[in-house]
Design a protein around this ligand. Structure first.
Ligand code: FE2
Ligand code: FE2
Length: 167
């Protein structure tokens, strides 16, 4: 059985993942506004991935016979973004999520809740990927600077991202 503290923390994480989804959906709109359909696609795929993350926590709470509590989702703060600022925000956000996952893991370990500890392993690995994905695009954007051809090529590459099927 989940402790009250653990249940509350996992519900908080459902909210974090939905907030992530909302941020990426907003970023998809921003990228489209800038005229970068490939970036827009990449953020849309990330939005879908975040919905999957929220669902993993949702399913896990129910599996442990806990109660799900869906909390309000705030408005994403996005104004006058550039391709670089969007990915810098992504990286900053993913670092925040990594901290959230680490805190959850500390909590699970502190309570000797081995089931939750093991469940969170997937997210620990996923966060390594999330930070690295954002960092890779930032590196490419810094490399091309204001070169429009370079930006066009990155956009073409980001256009190829498809939804990752749930494992
Ligand atoms: Fe996530
Ligand atoms: Fe991912």
């Amino acid at each position: 059985m989940l402790s009250d503290t653990m249940q509350q923390a996992l519900n908080q994480q459902i909210n974090e993942e939905f907030c992530s989804a909302f941020i990426y959906l907003g970023m998809s709109a921003e990228a489209d506004r800038i005229g970068l359909p490939g970036f827009s696609n990449w953020f849309k795929m990330q939005y879908q991935e975040e919905l999957g993350h929220a669902e993993r926590f949702f399913n896990y709470i129910l599996e442990r016979n806990g109660s799900v509590d869906l909390l309000p989702i705030g408005k994403p703060e996005l104004t006058e973004e550039t391709p670089l600022s969007l990915f810098e925000k992504s990286l900053k956000h993913e670092r925040h999520i990594t901290v959230c996952v680490s805190r959850l893991k500390d909590l699970a370990r502190g309570e000797s809740d081995h089931a939750t500890d093991v469940f969170l392993e997937w997210f620990v690995r996923e966060q390594v990927e999330e930070e690295s994905n954002a960092q890779n695009v930032i590196d490419q954007l810094r490399l091309v600077g204001d070169n429009a051809n370079g930006l066009f090529l990155i956009d073409r590459e980001l256009a190829t991202r498809t939804a990752t099927p749930a494992e």
